[in-house]
Design a protein around this ligand. Structure first.
Ligand code: HEC
Length: 126
């Protein structure tokens, strides 16, 4: 007797574990893209504040900020955080639109300490 049973173990196809979960935090991602740079290189935020960022660099930064969207800050008041991010997005858009005094406005909006002291977890305070 021939046994020609074909078993399709579809039930065994399990989704892989999400190893990149930590990298999926849009706040951290934005920080790494715009506010961090390898040693010896200028951060994008420094270039923007100094008026030397290319249009593509400003756009990259803007996209990173926008990606934060409704992400909850790890600490502090959510509405206050959203307001800060909105201000940052507005200031970056002004830079992209080459508005007068936009670089200075961005410099004010990208206040690391003001935001970190309220919204960054105590454990890795800067
Ligand atoms: C609008 C608020 C805001 C501003 C402005 C801001 N940060 Fe942050 N930053 C955060 C928050 C919130 C975290 C914590 C994210 C977390 O741990 O989930 C953070 C985390 C970081 C981290 C750690 C990222 C990681 O991978 O854990 C770095 C580096 C950083 N910020 C740099 C800066 C620098 C430099 C500036 C100023 C040029 C700045 N940030 C401005 C909100 C802000």
């Amino acid at each position: 007797m021939k046994l020609t049973k074909l078993i399709i173990p579809s039930a065994l196809i399990v989704a892989a574990s999400f190893v990149f979960a930590a990298e999926e935090n849009p706040i951290k991602k934005a920080m790494q893209i715009a506010h961090k740079a390898p040693q010896g290189e200028k951060k994008l935020c420094e270039k923007i504040a100094g008026g030397t960022a290319s249009e593509a660099e400003v756009k990259t930064t803007l996209d990173a900020y926008k990606a934060i969207g409704d992400t909850k800050p790890p600490r502090g008041d959510e509405a206050a955080f959203k307001q800060k991010v909105a201000k940052l997005i507005g200031a970056t858009e002004d830079v992209l639109a080459k508005k007068e005094g936009a670089a200075a406005g961005y410099k004010t909006a990208v206040d690391c300490k003001a935001c970190h002291s309220e919204h960054k977890p105590e454990s890795n305070k800067k």
